[in-house]
Ligand binder design. Structure first.
Ligand code: MN
Length: 260
């Protein structure tokens, strides 16, 4: 049995979080801290100018030691949890998700799901982020992903330990579309795809004649590296990309040090 801090960016009421908790509740002690409303694409933002409140969520459906809705960001939830609310609890792992939608390639810089995991890593608690590729659709099914996690969590933890990773190395994990995949292909270790979007802002007119803008766009369809997370997840693999809570470009620093 492990003590697990569960967080997400889709909010305490999100199906992905509740399904994950349900799948892990019998074997583990769960501490659930999640935003009180959706905070997707909030990146690693934290709240400095307004007070945070952690309100118990009595109707949280899975068995748990603590479940609170917090009026902050995903990173706030994990930071407040590890620093204050759970300071007497030795949390073993932070698990974030399951996100309603993918966090592939360059997505992860914007992702609140990944930020919640990295906030664990920054506080010395190893972490994983889970995302379901088509999870944003109303008919998305989290069953396959949650049973995969329940079955493979010990393997993932053993991998992290065998590799000798420090706590600042987190796992970013994506699941193939739930509607097309009955059985997942093997776990694939992946690079983060250099995926670009055809970003554009829809320009619309408000009722008073002013304009407003709404981000839209699709992923570019270009050839991606074979071992990238985008390539592999659409081949049906569960993908794992190890990520780090440091933005330092180690290769570039070494390169600078070789220059006179
Ligand atoms: Mn989300």
């Amino acid at each position: 049995m492990m003590k697990l801090l569960l967080a997400n960016d889709d909010g305490i009421h999100a199906q992905g979080l509740q399904a994950l908790a349900k799948a892990l509740a019998t074997e583990h002690e769960l501490y659930i801290l999640a935003p009180h409303q959706e905070r997707s694409a909030n990146g690693h933002a934290i709240t400095l100018v307004t007070p945070l409140r952690a309100e118990p969520a009595p109707s949280f459906p899975a068995k748990h030691a603590l479940a609170c809705a917090i009026n902050g960001t995903p990173a706030d939830c994990v930071k407040l949890g590890l620093t204050e609310l759970l300071k007497e609890v030795a949390i073993d792992w932070v698990l974030s998700g399951i996100n309603h939608g993918s966090n592939l390639g360059g997505d992860i810089i914007y992702s609140g799901t990944v930020a919640a995991a990295l906030e664990g890593a920054l506080n010395g608690v190893p972490a994983m982020a889970f995302s379901l590729v088509d999870g944003q659709h109303a008919d998305a099914n989290f069953t396959a992903a949650t049973s995969w996690i329940a079955e493979h969590l010990p393997t993932l933890i053993r991998l992290h330990q065998q590799a000798g990773f420090d706590a600042r190395t987190a796992f970013n994990i994506n699941f193939p579309p739930s509607q097309t995949t009955k059985a997942y292909q093997a776990l694939a270790y992946c690079t983060l795809a250099d995926r670009m979007y055809t970003d554009f802002y829809a320009k619309c007119q408000d009722p008073r004649g002013g304009h407003y803008y709404w981000l839209a766009g699709d992923p570019l369809t270009h050839t991606l590296e074979q071992d990238s997370d985008v390539t592999r997840v659409f081949q049906g693999h569960v993908t794992l990309s190890p990520i780090h809570a440091s933005l330092l470009n180690v290769t570039a620093l070494e390169r600078l040090n070789t220059l006179i």
